[in-house]
Design a protein around this ligand. Structure first.
Ligand code: C5P
Length: 301
């Protein structure tokens, strides 16, 4: 049996660092939103062994790939000693080291898919626990297309999605290591009055113009300092009159949001030919936009 699945990218409409934790991670609040740029995954059951086939340069095919870690951890924690296996074909569209959660999304979707393929019947909270061990962003890809993340980013509150809006992703062909960006944080400088509540308010009202005006990412100044090319990319996007523009996560992708799809298409056309990869996307508002029906409602709480 083979399962064909799509794994979406995410953007952070807000990312506020609250402090450093004893375990070395940072306590944060983030507004996460899935967008319609997808990798595709094909999962086939095997009698034993985990195989990954990924022909994309720069994406490892060995056990360092989050997809393999996800499958192994699921086997270890959820299969009660049964001998199970799978072959995973991964076709990448989402750039790596881009702040778009590509690898995290792949891992989350593999957990969901193998839970069904292997008939493990793990609950949503059991899968979320395994997901959090793989990476801070992985649990988001098990749940709602929009969520508020707290803790390391793994403690999630599902949000009612805003009315669909349009997002240009600009990847400046530069891979960023998340841990390096966090190391550059100066927590004294990030103690501002700003907080995520105002963003949540505009998001809940689908007020995209006000949401855009209040996008915020505490990691952005560090990314700009280390990679001035990312700041240039933000200026290029900002010149096209979007509702808002921001670095996603720890970069290097800069995204622009538009309430109006025609304006987004015009801006997209004007950005062609630069030294970057561009994607015109829209927000995902329902799981059924990328998951088969059987996977949308198979998880017990
Ligand atoms: O959880 P994940 O492995 O994706 O995190 C990658 C790196 O990002 C961590 O090793 C850590 O340096 C940094 N990080 C952090 N605080 C977070 C999330 C990530 O410091 N909340």
């Amino acid at each position: 049996m083979t399962l064909q699945l799509k794994s979406p990218a995410k953007i952070n409409l807000g990312l506020f660092i609250l402090g450093k934790r004893p375990d070395g991670y940072h306590e944060l609040e983030t507004l996460l939103q899935m967008v319609s740029l997808y990798d595709t995954l094909e999962l086939t059951a095997l009698p034993a062994g985990i195989e990954l086939i990924c022909d994309h340069p720069g994406v490892p095919s060995d056990q360092t790939n989050l997809v393999v870690r996800a499958a192994r951890l699921l086997l270890e924690k959820g299969a009660a000693g049964r001998v199970l296996g799978c072959r995973i074909h991964l076709h990448k569209n989402i750039p790596a080291g881009a702040g778009l959660g590509g690898g995290s999304g792949n891992a989350g979707i593999v957990l969901r898919g193998l839970n069904q393929l292997w008939q493990l019947h793990l609950s949503a909270s059991q899968l979320a626990e395994i997901a959090a061990q793989i990476g801070s962003d992985v649990p988001f890809f098990l749940g709602s297309p929009a969520a508020l993340g707290r803790g390391r980013g793994e403690r999630l509150t599902a949000l009612q999605p805003a009315k669909k809006f349009y997002v240009i992703l600009l990847f400046p062909r530069l891979a960023v290591a998340t841990s390096e960006v966090y190391k550059g944080l100066n927590l004294d400088l990030t103690k501002k009055q700003k907080n995520i509540n105002i963003l949540l308010q505009f998001f809940s009202e689908s007020d995209i113009a006000s949401l855009g005006a209040h996008l915020h990412n505490d990691l952005e100044p560090i990314v700009f300092k280390r990679y001035p090319i990312v700041q240039k990319a933000k200026e290029a996007l900002g010149a096209l009159d979007p509702d808002g523009v921001l670095v996603s996560g720890s970069g290097s992708t800069v995204f622009a949001i538009f309430g109006d799809s025609a304006k987004a298409s015009q801006a997209f056309a004007r950005l062609q030919g630069g030294d970057w990869d561009l994607f015109l996307t829209e927000t995902v508002t329902r799981l059924s936009e990328f998951l088969p029906a059987s996977l949308c409602d198979d998880l017990k709480p």
